[in-house]
Design a binder for this molecule. Structure first.
Ligand code: CA
Length: 238
């Protein structure tokens, strides 16, 4: 098992101390960067099991760091700490790609629960060609091809770069064509937790996924909105 290394980029010392105190037992190493410059350097220097990024930082902010990391490693799990829900559209936006977020002030217990869920997921992915993944057959749905063992997706034969979460979401949908999922259900199954009030995360990830796999993301034909209920993977695509 690879060691669990967490990078925390947070300029407020009391919050950083509190987070370290509560996450220390969950990981082998937790490194704190107190400003955006150090955060950017550490974040792009190597792989982390998880990067926890405060949005507002002196120097490059959380969004800039997030983008820089995504340019190099689409799979890196990133959890953003934000202070205003107004900022959510940017945090979860198409060009940024945070996997998850918490709004300040947050409960450390909730943070620990999120971190545990993310680390569990990362470790499942790291298991050497897990039997589980090898047993899962690939999926062809219209022009989309999903290879679960390699966690690779192509669209009309062209490779599509997805974050880990976008991949999980797409695979989950594609395994259940025609089935309608409520947002809370998707949070529970794909994110591994079902906190109320975080449905926004689901919408944003679906928008991001659509921008990568739909011919016309404003008229989605693969992941379809079912008004008042949730989303489904079109059975027409299969
Ligand atoms: Ca801050």
């Amino acid at each position: 098992m690879n060691s669990r290394r967490i990078l925390l980029v947070e300029d407020e010392q009391d919050i950083a101390d509190l987070v370290v105190l509560h996450l220390d037992d969950l990981c082998d190493e937790i490194v704190v960067a107190n400003d955006g410059h150090e955060g950017l350097r550490q974040a792009t220097m190597r792989d982390w099991s998880l990067i926890i990024l405060d949005l507002r930082l002196p120097g490059p902010d959380g969004l800039e760091i997030c983008r820089a990391v995504r340019r190099e490693r689409s799979y890196q799990p990133i959890l953003m700490l934000t202070s205003k829900s107004l900022e959510l559209d940017r945090v979860l936006g198409l060009d940024t790609g945070a996997d998850d977020y918490l709004t300040k002030p947050f409960s450390v217990l909730e943070l620990a629960a999120r971190v545990r869920a993310i680390l569990r997921r990362v470790e499942n992915l790291q298991k050497p060609a897990s039997q589980d993944a090898a047993d899962k057959h690939s999926i062809q749905a219209g022009s989309i091809y999903i290879d679960p063992a390699r966690r690779h997706v192509t669209l009309d034969g062209i490779s599509v770069e997805l974050t880990a979460r976008e991949f999980d979401l797409l695979e989950h949908f594609a395994r259940h064509p025609g089935r309608v999922f409520r947002r809370a259900e998707l949070l529970d199954r794909v994110w591994g937790y079902g906190h109320e009030g975080y449905e926004h995360t689901v919408n944003s990830h679906i928008n991001r996924l659509r921008s990568k796999i739909e011919g016309d993301p404003s008229r989605p034909e693969v992941i379809v909105t079912v008004w008042g209920v949730g989303y489904k993977f079109s059975d027409q695509a299969v």
